[in-house]
Design a protein. Sequence first.
Length: 292
Amino acid sequence: MCPHPPPVACRWDGSPLGSRRHRSLRVSANSPSRLLRTGQTSRCRACGNRIEWYQRDNHRPVSLHPYEVATSTVPASCRWHLSGGIAYRHGDGSTWCRIPHAVLCPSRRTPTTRLTPRLAEARRQLAVRTRTLIDAGLFTPAAPASPHPPPQASTACAITRPVVQFLYTRYLAAHPLEAIRCVAQTRTRYRCPRPVLDTAAPTGTWTLRPAGPVHGQLALPDGLMALYDLTHLPYAEQLRWRAQRCTAHAGALGAADLALTQWQTFDPLIHHSHIRPRLPGAAPNGGCGARP
């Protein structure tokens, strides 16, 4: 792995100086990741500094510091390396490694791990950059989420984060079914605007299933939960939902992914606030409600 130190020509906020000419990007057919790196650079919502999103070997995203650092200055528990576009949580034996942004994020009052003097200095520089962005009016820190969100005025049961079951696994979606967007890149190099849910294709069914434990988890109180079941669909259709692609890009091997899929493996203990005991559209006396 070749080191990539910070470029010399940078603006005061860390962004590259000048615009580079866009070149055509291609993804190898045997690559373990179909994700284009050109669309995965963003800024931390807590501190405003640049981050890069990568996919881990368990298909979960991780935000890394955009530059490589010397391995000798990073604790062993914080060393990451990249292989084929996939981030792995250990070193690869080289003198350079990547580090999670959470370790250096200045918005955290205390670092997640004990920092070496070199990393402490890098964290201080990010804190100065955050303060500069705030003073210039270019960044506003995200407000912390309220633990008690206000109740919705709608009387119908609207599920904003549904539980979807396919490939014999339950996943928690990040958006309503109609708002789950395709992650493939179009020929114009933009993200596909089509939704994954297509009324012309075979659709799933809303059903009530027991919200019991899975994979040896602790038992929960008996009850039913609403989920969108896709297990009766063909295997290729379930793979399309897992890849979060529309019907037009379902079999397009040449189209790369411009965004990460937002499926989270559903855990009734962690995601208990998203359990809905009634089907969408139902409006009984108690409303939709969530499991307390």
